[in-house]
Each structure stands twice: as C-alpha cells, then as structure tokens.
Design a protein around this ligand. Structure first.
Ligand code: NAD
Length: 305
C-alpha cells in the first residue's frame, strides 16, 4: 500500500481540542497537512468556552514539526466560521480537507427533553457542520478538489435511548452528505461520514473500563484518513471503533406492486406485506432518482401481471 500523505494540503478539523478531533488533527499534521484546529473549548453540554484546548493541540502539532493555527470559534457562529475560513485562506491560500467533528450532548428521555435541548444539539451538530461546509464549498469547487467528512453516530443510524435530539442531527448529516456527494462530483469534491465509537469524555462512564480501553480515539482516525485521501470514496458511511471498520448503508427491499384504483386497498397492501418487507431482497440506492426508478420498475412488472 502506498503511504497516505497530505503534503501541501490544508485541513480544518472542528472540535479538535480533544477526543476524536484532536486525533484527526494530529494525524493529518503527521502526514504533512497544515491544520486549522477549531475548538470552542465547551463543556460537554455546550456551555462555557475558551480557545485553550485548540491552542494546546496547535502546540502538540508544532512539537511534531507540523504547522497549525488555532481557532476558538463556535461552529454555530457565522462570524467565527467566516474567520476560521478566512484565517486558513489568508495563511495558506486553500482548503482541501474539512472534518466536521464538533459536538455536544444533551441526553434526556423525550418527555424530559426541552425544546432548548433539541435546538442546541441540532444547532451544534447539524448547523455546525453545514456552516463550515457551506463556507468552504465554493473554495473547494474553484480548486477542483475537496475532501469533507461529517461525523454521524450509531444513534442517528439506528437509535439510542435519550438521544432523539442527537440522533436527528446525526442522521441529518447523512442526508446532507447524500446530496453533496452528487453536487460535488464534477469538481472532485468527495464527502463521507464516519460513525465512530471511542472512549472520550462523551462516552465516559457509559461502558466498563475494560471496554473503554479498547476504544482509543486513535483507533478511529486511520479510517478517517482513508475518507480524506486523494483516492477517497464518496457518499460512504464508515463505522469505526477499536480498530474495527465496516460500512453502513441505507437499504430498501425490492418491494411489490399492489395495484391502483379500486384494487389498491389497505387490505391489498397487507396481503403483500411479506413481499414488501422481504429483507433478503434489500439493495442500496446511490441517489434519490434510483428510488423513483424502482417504483416504476415495480409498476411495469405489475402491469405485465
Ligand atoms: P469530545 O467531547 O471529546 O469532543 C468534542 C469537541 O467538540 C470538544 O473538544 C468540544 O469542545 C468541541 N465543541 C463542542 N461544541 C463546539 C462548538 N459549538 N464549536 C466548536 N467546537 C465545539 O467528544 P468526541 O467523542 O471526540 O466527539 C467528536 C464527535 O464524534 C462528535 O460529533 C460526536 O457526536 C461524535 N461521536 C462520538 C462517539 C464516541 O463514541 N465518542 C460516537 C458517535 C459520534
């Protein structure tokens, strides 16, 4: 395997003052990238903040002989995001890689979750990814090169008690990715999602110590490097944790044509339920248009009888 290098490339990693983001930033720098280390330095529920965490990681990168600048803005703050992009452009003149990683938690069962808990988590994860990506997008288009990673979660893909806010934001990111992979294709912009599991302050106390030892954030980062390299895939969700990696996809069954007009009743749908839900026929669509084509395929098959 050829070495994966990022010499001459400029990367932005949000939420890189600790946890997974710090590991991504350090590894990018080790492999030659110049890095903007963004971190608001917030507590886990999103309160407070200082650029000290980002400054610390910049020092670590410099100690490795790398180049980095700190940015202490919130990813939800338009002026702060603009400054982050402007700082990168003024210093290095390009933005090749953007890893949207910043995040917080406000876990509560849905009855107890306030609208503020929902708004804040959606703002940080979903809008806090949209804003930097939107600000970097036209720069990447102009360069005819861009590599973007969003950070999703098993909660978004599959669900988890107490995380309706977080899950909605995390699957929203996959929705954004699914369209940007199409819009970015002609300008060599590739966008992927990582679905990590790692022992960080986010998972403290959630699993036994023995298990957490296997889940070093450093064990996720090599997967992420493959999502931002020149030959990266696009539109992929890479699950990563403990040094194990897999691919997650949204799938749909082959389905069934039930009928139209008087033939289409609730009971007729119920009669075909086994065929409609037959998981052995599942496939993944690469674009919404393929979903539409599948409907018309079923219709044509139905018309043939
Ligand atoms: P972490 O708390 O160590 O890191 C998150 C970082 O984001 C912190 O340094 C924090 O200061 C920063 N941050 C928070 N709000 C910010 C804002 N508004 N602007 C800029 N920075 C901000 O947690 P982590 O586990 O490293 O999480 C990184 C990402 O991975 C998050 O998006 C998280 O949801 C996701 N994730 C983590 C796990 C896991 O198992 N740790 C699982 C699934 C997804």
């Amino acid at each position: 395997m050829a070495d994966i290098r990022f010499d001459g490339k400029v990367a932005i990693v949000t939420g890189a003052g600790g946890g997974l983001g710090r590991c991504h930033a350090l590894e990018l720098a080790r492999r030659g990238a110049k890095v903007v280390v963004n971190d608001l330095g917030a507590s886990m529920d999103g309160s407070g903040g200082s650029s000290a965490a980002a400054d610390e990681v910049v020092k670590e990168i410099e100690a490795l002989g790398g180049e980095a600048i700190a940015n202490g803005s919130s990813v939800t703050d338009d002026a702060g995001v603009k400054k982050m992009i402007d700082d990168a452009m003024n210093k290095w003149g390009r933005i090749d890689i953007l890893i949207a990683n910043a995040g917080i938690l406000r876990d509560k069962s849905f009855s107890k979750m306030t609208m503020e808990d929902i708004q804040l988590v959606v703002d940080v994860h979903l809008m806090g990814s949209f804003k930097p990506i939107k600000a970097a997008w036209d720069i990447m288009k102009e360069q005819n090169f861009g590599r973007i990673v969003v950070t999703t979660s098993s909660t978004g893909l599959y669900g988890n008690f107490g995380q309706a806010n977080y899950g909605a934001a995390k699957l929203g990111l996959v929705g954004m990715m699914n369209t940007l992979k199409i819009e970015g294709a002609k300008n060599n912009i590739k966008i992927n999602a990582v679905c990590p599991v790692a022992a960080t302050r986010m998972t403290e106390g959630l699993m036994p110590e023995e298990v957490l030892k296997q889940l070093k954030p450093e064990y996720v980062t090599p997967g992420v490097m493959n999502l931002v390299k020149d030959e990266a895939p696009t539109g992929m969700v890479l699950s990563a944790g403990a040094g194990a990696f897999s691919m997650a996809e949204i799938v749909e069954t082959n389905g069934a044509f039930v009928g139209q007009g008087d033939a289409l009743t609730a009971e007729a749908v119920a009669d075909k339920w086994d065929q409609i839900t037959d998981k052995s026929t599942q496939t993944h669509f690469n674009a919404g248009g393929e979903h539409g084509q599948n409907i018309f395929r079923l219709l044509a098959e139905g018309a043939k009888g």
